[in-house]
Design a protein around this ligand. Structure first.
Ligand code: 5GP
Length: 250
């Protein structure tokens, strides 16, 4: 498969067209940003670390009946994915109160949400990703009421699956953000699931194991990302999981 022109470049990933119809390549770059791009750096191996973890999660979710865009890992920091028509929503599932929900509302950090809380933001950097409600989502024509119901039910299923897997690694899934796209009539999970898009706490120590380490200068970001990748996917970074490692035609 040949990588062709750049279609889109976000804060940490680039998407390329390929010579295979309906297949794109996502490149996870070493860029890291926080606070609407107000803080940025380039961290060696960060792209391959997040690509490895994302590939691992996508395969795990596919095995449990969740449709995702993931096709296969190509090399350290690139994966082949199915082309989706992305829906500009950031779907956040929260199991414990942390981050913006603690800054905005009178929740104390670490307070459990039972059932989990779903928050949906409008993905638009120029508007600073404002929070939506169901009526606004429908009024904006972003999805149909039926699609919205489906998106929420997939998000909750993903939450259960990821929480279970992470718990078995001694990690609490505090919250995470996922994005969806359309492929024909189906709704598929797109984008990434990595330490950049999740909030993870060590079950024993409460230590942050995610981008909060970068946001709030809590320590060595890449040491954290490497150790979490190894803990989650049972591997270092850069080579894909045993299941995703591919040779040959990238
Ligand atoms: P918060 O609303 O507390 O800032 O974020 C909640 C969760 O969603 C966190 O795990 C955070 O990393 C993720 N999240 C929220 N917005 C974004 C975003 O624009 N990009 C990424 N990668 N993750 C996000």
């Amino acid at each position: 498969m040949k990588q062709l022109e750049l279609l889109y470049s976000g804060k940490a990933k680039s998407v390329y067209r390929t010579d295979v119809k309906g297949t794109l390549i996502v490149e996870f770059r070493d860029d890291i940003t926080a606070f609407d791009g107000g803080k940025k750096d380039v961290l060696r191996d960060k792209g391959s670390s997040n690509a490895g973890v994302s590939a691992f999660f996508f395969e795990y979710l596919e095995r449990h009946g969740i449709k995702t865009h993931f096709i296969r890992t190509l090399d350290g920091n690139r994966m082949a994915v199915r082309e989706l028509f992305m829906i500009p929503l950031e779907v956040i599932v929260r199991n414990l109160a942390a981050g913006s929900v603690v800054r905005t509302y009178p929740f104390s950090e670490g307070m459990p949400f039972n059932p989990p809380v779903i928050v949906i933001d409008y993905k638009d950097d120029t508007r600073h990703d404002p929070m939506l409600n169901d009526d606004l989502i429908i009024a904006l024509g972003l999805v149909t009421p039926r699609e919205l119901k489906k998106i929420k039910s997939i998000a909750l299923k993903v939450n259960t699956l990821l929480s279970e897997l992470l718990a078995s690694r001694g990690i609490t899934l505090v919250d995470f953000k996922i994005e969806f796209g359309r492929r024909g009539k189906s709704i598929c999970l797109g984008d990434e699931i990595s330490m950049d898009s999740m909030r993870l706490w060590d079950k024993k120590t409460g230590e942050s194991l995610d981008k909060d380490v970068y946001r709030f200068d809590k320590g060595d970001v890449m040491a954290t990302y490497h150790s979490v990748a190894a803990r989650i996917a049972g591997h270092g970074t850069g080579s894909g999981t045993p299941e995703t490692r591919q040779t040959g035609d990238a």
